[in-house]
Design a protein around this ligand. Structure first.
Ligand SMILES: Cc1cc2nc3c(=O)[nH]c(=O)nc-3n(C[C@H](O)[C@H](O)[C@H](O)COP(=O)(O)O)c2cc1C
Length: 164
């Protein structure tokens, strides 16, 4: 447990996103905070994903991902999509299938559709970069959820090493 390190790294601002993926066996979505824009032209987004999770295998097989911006008034989505993949996380959620079958959530502040363009190993995660080819701002007036508002929901204090 390293609360000090977790507090230090939580000073970096992140939003909260439901990342949609899909393969031949169907769609899935997972909560991610490590998402960033990496280019204007062409527009590109990157995310950092744990390669042991089901969503990673689906992302590599499907080649597409969606970035759904979680609204501040839906904080429960952060926990819902962080559940292990053995449950149907999309049950009861309104969504449509984008390119490759990735879920686009109707109640997201905004969503982006991306084609996987490359990956980079980064410690215990993999950075996946995607070319954005479609996007929609569903609710311009709604605030996005902040990672800092999720507290220790991701259990990150237990994941840092004891020191640098
Ligand atoms: C607030 C929050 C942020 C998270 N951010 C990430 C992230 O950026 N990358 C990642 O791989 N997992 C992240 N996780 C953990 C995944 O959501 C979790 O491992 C999930 O179970 C993976 O889904 P899957 O097993 O269906 O693929 C985060 C969890 C929470 C609660």
């Amino acid at each position: 447990m390293n609360l000090e390190m977790a507090r230090l790294f939580r000073s970096i601002s992140h939003g909260v996103y439901a990342i949609g993926v899909a393969d031949a066996e169907g769609p899935n979505a997972f909560t991610a905070a490590w998402v960033m824009q990496t280019s204007f032209d062409p527009p590109m987004l990157a995310l950092s994903i744990n390669p042991i999770c089901l969503s990673y295998r689906k992302l590599m097989a499907g080649g597409f991902f969606s970035v759904n911006v979680v609204p501040a008034d839906r904080p429960e989505w952060a926990g819902l999509f962080a559940r292990p993949a053995d449950s149907d996380k999309l049950a009861g959620i309104a969504w449509t299938a984008g390119q490759g079958g990735v879920p686009l959530l109707a109640d997201a502040v905004a969503w982006f559709q991306c084609r996987l363009a490359g990956t980079l190993a980064s410690g215990d995660h993999v950075v996946a970069v995607g070319r954005v080819f479609d996007g929609r701002l569903n609710f311009p007036e709604r605030e996005p959820l902040s990672y800092r508002d999720t507290g220790d929901l991701d259990g990150s204090a237990a994941l840092y090493p004891d020191g640098f």
